[in-house]
Design a protein around this ligand. Sequence first.
Ligand SMILES: *[C@@H]1O[C@H](CO)[C@@H](O)[C@H](O)[C@H]1NC(C)=O
Length: 195
Amino acid sequence: MMKIRIALLLLCFCMVAMAMTSPLPDDDQSPEAVERWFRYVRPFAKPKLTKLKFYYHENRVAATPTAVEVARANLTATSRTGFGSTYVIDDPLTVSPDPNSQVIGRAQGIYASASQEDFAFILQFNVVFTAGEFKGSTLSVMARDPITNTYREPSIVGGSGAFRLARGVISTHTYSLDPATLNVVVEYNVFVEHY
Ligand SMILES: *[C@@H]1O[C@H](CO)[C@@H](O)[C@H](O)[C@H]1NC(C)=O
């Protein structure tokens, strides 16, 4: 009886140790794997802070633009802030401000001019990592973006893969803006807590 108890204890201990030391199996998206992640992996894992830096490149006027206007209201044309103008984006994210530097992911989603007073947009997009340590994982961004501020702080409200249940803040800063084309490069400093 005693032996069985000790064996069981040892087994439990080993399972906990494995959960703490093995990389989280976050690439299986089946319901069984997701439940396993919630029940046995995450409770033993300690949330960690990951810092990432990359550059967002938006090009509205290229032959193949990365941001396209898909909707606007009649009053958008006369609004000082372009209120109602809505864009779909698929913008490359690179390791340096040089647009030809390595692409590590893409910002895919929607933004719209959502203020009649200020130049402020609603951002709703996913950061989709296509290279590097977080390839295949995503971060979900949902935020207000008052673009004339030196720094903005879009919130990370979730994610997938390595970023399941992620929460965080991105400190963004306009690195360069071409007034003629409105092409823009934005510096992203990501601070994200995840398991
Ligand atoms: C927008 O403008 C068009 C063209 O002038 C007009 O036909 C339409 O009724 C307007 N829509 C609204 C909601 O005012």
